[in-house]
Structures are given as C-alpha cells and as structure tokens.
Design a protein around this ligand. Structure first.
Ligand SMILES: *Cc1c(COP(=O)(O)O)cnc(C)c1O
Length: 389
C-alpha cells in the first residue's frame, strides 16, 4: 500500500468509528454567541472563562502595544526577542501567584515540555495521573525519564510508584483542574507525598488560574498551597486570562535552569510583546473584577440544579467545566448535532482525548453567559438527550 493510500485508509476508518474531527470556522470574536460560516450559535465550549478574550480593554492594550512594539517579537528570548514588557509581565505573574519568579513560554504545551526536558534526565522517574492533559503526557514521552501513570487521583498508587523507585530525581505532574472532567486533583495530599519523597510536584493550572480562589489566583489559592522549591506551577494565559501564552512560576534556581536548558523556551520565537501588554491588562481585570468569578459560580450552580431536575448525568465537578458523559462517540456526536440544530453549540469530546466509552459533551461556562443562556442550554439538553440515558 502506498503511504497516501494508508493515510486515506486511516481517515476512512475514523469516519467509520465516528472519530473524524472537524474544525468549526468562526467569523468573529470569541464570546457566548459566536458567528460561524454556518450561522450564529449560543456556545458553551470556549475556555474564555472570564469573558476577557474580546474585552475592549484588552483590545485597546493590544493596539497600544502594537503601536509601541510592532507585531512580531522578531527573535527568541535569548537573542533579541525579549522585551521589557515581558519582564514586567513575568514580575506581575510571579506576584499574582505568590512565587519568587515566573518565566513566560509561548504556549502551555511548550511550558510543560520545557519543565520535564530541563529538569529530568535518563534514570529519573516521572509519574502522571492517567487523565492528565495531552501536553503533560507528551512532556513525559519526550523527556528521557521513565514515565509511569497512576489511576485518576489515586494518591496511594502514586505513593507506591515513588516508593518502588530508586531514581535520583522524582517528579509528579498533574492537572490541577482536570481539563475534560472539571474535578480537582487532590493537591494537598500530592504535595505531602512529593515532600515525603523529596520529589517535585508540577501543577498545571490551565483551568484554575483566574477562576479558582477569591482573588482568582487559582488552585494554589483554593487549596491554600504555595509555590516552593518542591512545588512548581504552570499557568496558561489563553484560557481565563483571555490572551495567549503561558508561564512557569517557581524559585530562582528553577527559572534560571529553564532559561538555560528548556529547549521549548530557547528554540522558539518570543511571544509578541503587544500580547504581553494585553495580558497585563487582563491580570488587572482578574484582580479588580471578582464579580466575574462570582457570576461563573452562580451560573454553574444554576446549571447543576437544573440538570439535576432533568435527571441529566452530571459529573462531580464544581468548576466551569461540566461534562455530560454519554458513552460511545456516535451517541455523543448525535446529541451534539441535535443541540446544534437548536442553535446551541457543545462539542462532543471523543477518544483519544478522553478514555474509550466516555465520550462526552464538555460544557464550559463563561462570565459573559447569563441566566437565560443557562436555561436555554438546559432546555436544549433536555430535548437532545432524549433516548440516550
Ligand atoms: C490548554 C491546556 C494546556 C495547553 O496550553 P496552551 O497555552 O493552549 O498550549 C496545557 N495544560 C492543560 C491542562 C490545558 O488545558
């Protein structure tokens, strides 16, 4: 078989298995109502939790930044791509999460790869929750350390993996808020486990930052934990903060090591400085407008109450990520299509993004939704789920 025929065969198989993925094409800004080339939908599938992605104040900060710095950074951080505004953003992020220092990365995916790449070497041990985000799994596969995975949130299984290992350096990587389930990792227990084994705990707070904690400082604030030599935080800027990019927060020695050794930091173009300017504005809004978090919490509550009345299969999540597990990919697609016919967009998430037989609707809320939007969603779900459970 030619290589091309092999590709065509794999694509055909995906269609047969209901696993073919399509891109939806938007024609305007992110928000609760999005315009697509197929019309307008009420959308429950962005990670723009605080509704900042199209906030006029961020847009203005981006424009002002572009006037001053241009568009592209023009080089990597270690050549001439590093601007004063990057420094200012790193300082602001470090202060926000209560860490000595922070380092910007171009994406969260690259930040996760960079941490494992810079800190772990052959003979070291890396353990991960089975439901970790793909970028954390890839971080483990692409570094030279031994990668072991433990069952979801199973602290005892993680403890056994550490206890059985003679590795010199041990690390545990986990989503702080699981991206497809919305539940929280048992962070206090994982932090004591890491401390007991002189291991490093790396928290990926992509879905907690800006959302959890009274001040929006994320999972650390929620669990009253702090960055320390043992605890490393990775946060993303493309979700609740509404912009683009990511950062790692930790002690000085960690940050210096990443600058020297993380290949995904060194060998890539620095993020546009105007985006850093917009992110500084986002950070100000995250601090000064706690109503966005309160509104999110009340929307989630309204949704869960309504879903319970309709007897929908809710997951154990109190974050703005509210999955409805359906089962097989074809069923999840069918429900998603029925919702779409009613003007409601909720994407069906299928393997390999989630384990087999757990295809689901991943519903996410944003502070720019209102109560009526939640009611419309519930009504549409009630019709679309008919005959599924
Ligand atoms: C989105 C996400 C990332 C990747 O961040 P990007 O900046 O989009 O590359 C990493 N980890 C988790 C848990 C995520 O949800």
């Amino acid at each position: 078989m030619t290589w091309d025929a092999e590709l065509a065969g794999r694509i055909a198989q995906r269609h047969t298995d209901n696993l073919f993925r399509r891109r939806l094409t938007l024609t305007g800004a992110q928000g609760p109502r999005i315009d697509t080339d197929d019309g307008q939908y009420l959308s429950f599938c962005s990670n723009d939790y605080l509704g900042l992605a199209a906030d006029p104040r961020l847009v203005q900060a981006l424009k002002d930044g572009a006037d001053r710095y241009g568009v592209g950074s023009g080089a990597s951080h270690l050549v001439t791509g590093h601007q004063q505004i990057h420094d200012r953003l790193e300082e602001a992020l470090a202060e926000f999460v209560g860490a000595p220092r922070a380092l910007l990365f171009s994406t969260g995916y690259m930040a996760n790869l960079g941490i494992a790449n810079a800190l772990l070497h052959r003979g070291d041990l890396l353990i991960e929750d089975r439901l970790n985000h793909a970028s954390l799994i890839d971080a483990g596969l692409l570094c030279r350390a031994e990668l072991r995975r433990y069952p979801h949130a199973d602290v005892d299984a993680a403890r056994r993996l550490f206890a059985a290992s003679e590795a010199q350096h041990k690390m545990l990587l986990t989503d702080a808020v699981f991206s497809m389930d919305g539940d929280l990792a048992p962070l206090p227990e994982l932090a004591s486990l890491a401390a007991a084994h002189d291991a490093r705990l790396v928290l990926d707070d992509a879905h907690g930052l800006g959302v959890l904690g009274d001040q929006g400082r994320g999972s650390l604030e929620h669990h009253a934990l702090q960055v320390s030599p043992e605890l490393i935080l990775m946060g993303t800027l493309g979700k609740a903060l509404g912009t683009f990019g990511a950062f790692v927060a930790g002690e000085g020695a960690l940050i210096d090591t990443l600058i020297q050794e993380a290949r995904t930091y060194i060998y890539t173009t620095a993020p546009p400085p105007a985006v850093a300017a917009a992110t500084l504005e986002a950070l100000r809004i995250v601090r000064e407008e706690p109503w966005r978090r309160e509104r999110l919490r009340s929307l989630v509550q309204r949704f869960r109450c309504g879903a319970r009345e309709l007897d929908l299969p809710l997951a154990d999540s109190h974050t703005p990520i509210q999955p409805i597990i359906i089962g097989e990919p074809g069923q999840a697609l069918a429900v998603s299509r029925r919702l779409l016919n009613n003007g409601v967009l909720v994407t069906a998430i299928r393997p390999p993004t989630v384990p087999k037989h757990t295809s689901r609707l991943r519903i996410t809320f944003s502070a720019t939704h209102d109560e009526h939007d939640v009611d419309l969603l519930l009504e549409a779900l009630n019709g679309a789920m008919h005959g599924v459970h």
